[in-house]
Design a protein around this ligand. Sequence first.
Ligand SMILES: Cc1cc2nc3c(=O)[nH]c(=O)nc-3n(C[C@H](O)[C@H](O)[C@H](O)COP(=O)(O)OP(=O)(O)OC[C@H]3O[C@@H](n4cnc5c(N)ncnc54)[C@H](O)[C@@H]3O)c2cc1C
Length: 489
Amino acid sequence: MKPQVLIAGAGPVGLTLAIEFARYGVPLRIVDKAPTRTDKSKAVAVWSRSLELFERAGIADELVAAGVKVQAAKISDGAETIAHIGFDGLDTRYSFVLMIPQSETERILEEELAKLGVTVERGVELKGFSDNGTSVEAFVARPDGSSETICANWLVGCDGAHSTVRHTLGKEFRGNSVATDFLLADIKLPGVIAHDELMMWWHRDGVVAFFPLPGDRMRLIASTGPSTNHAVEPTLAEVQAIIDSRGPGGLTATDPVWIARFKINERKVDDYRSGRVFVAGDAAHVHSPAGGQGMNTGMQDAFNLAWKLALVCDDVCADRLLDTYSVERSPVAAEVIASAGHLTRVAMMKNEYAQAIRNFVASHVLGLHAVQNVARETLSELSVAYPHSPLNGPHASGLGGPKPGHRLAPADTDPVSGREPKLAIFSDETPPDLVAEFPDLLEEKTRPSVQAGGIFLVRPDGYVAMTAKDGDWNAVRAYLHNFRRIGTA
Ligand SMILES: Cc1cc2nc3c(=O)[nH]c(=O)nc-3n(C[C@H](O)[C@H](O)[C@H](O)COP(=O)(O)OP(=O)(O)OC[C@H]3O[C@@H](n4cnc5c(N)ncnc54)[C@H](O)[C@@H]3O)c2cc1C
């Protein structure tokens, strides 16, 4: 069967997208130029919002079981605590950050995809493509040296920071590189470091961060200065020297499985769409790993695009709906680039006086309850919202609860987990014949209202589309007519 969608790249973002399409019954192919999955831990944090979205696909429990739940982040100067931010109390079933190596995340996603009947075609490299306005012809090289032209209706480039799709589209990857080098190491570090906290040391010589991993392992990330010789392989001795000079002492790193140098780039494309071609994940945006938001932001690109493209593939909406993908997701990446960059620069301050002021201010400001709330909502990505989305309908005046464009916290007892890309009604009344009028747009089941006196119409990705006062079904009907029209020429 001709695939509706071709996904280039089976990293965490391509796999997430493929699972969503497979769940929605959209025929797809997914190719990756690498012969095998990564065995590197790379991105180690899966935040609350990503877990909520994976819950819909039935994968959250498996991810959680394979990782380590971390309840807090602590900033210290190596000896004294500057700030301590707890993640408990977040309004979610997942009030923690899950630490899990990217290799494990990808394994779980790829196995889930296989259960849905889709196999990643490995060793298959996208070399180029042409978009003729009604379909995309993609040129791939196969592992045996042969080539193939894959014809699909849509192409999504989830092919990472050096994306062939982005290059072929000629999209500018606007931004800059941070002028400091970094080192990462996967090690064991028995001693005083807690395994249920993220730990960051702001030392006068540079920053070091520790992220607990399953199996008593630790990910270390440290700044190493502006002019590290990348030809010189980093060693455990170099890692130990950083721990000794910047930490409290008495810590010995052992059992390294991966030590590497890296540079931080802060870049994004302006528009994630070009005709029948999209970019998602690192292909669209890269930034500092501070805050561990990179992979999460990419996965949430996938959740956003999947239901829209599924509705278009099913001919429920035409392709103007797809323009809202970039409109909604591009500002999210811009915000992550700005906040992760800010955190990185604050952590790397060199001047001794500036450092003293930073530590003093941080210990006071980050001690404030309100600031801690903003920090944990931002890190967990529960605060991601689309307040200016063209998909937002009206909000009933005086009604509490989330407004259009904002996340609806999944209820404890009734997660939305539909296998169709449909909107859900949350209301204490039964809608008069609405489901029969919009069978391709509305879930059959009406869920209990999240706020007494109100109707909430919720998108397949868990964001509120519109609200109305009880009984005002005409407002819901008008929204659904409009929603359909978004896609019509
Ligand atoms: C050394 C390192 C450390 C990192 N540490 C962190 C961290 O601590 N926290 C964090 O949030 N993020 C971190 N990241 C970034 C994180 O790994 C990425 O944000 C995440 O992997 C993005 O996922 P993706 O699926 O968009 O891209 P990728 O994971 O890069 O996957 C892209 C896939 O596309 C395939 N591909 C590429 N070109 C083609 C082609 N032409 N045809 C077919 N397939 C192709 C590749 O083989 C790859 O499998 C790190 C990255 C690296 C490299």
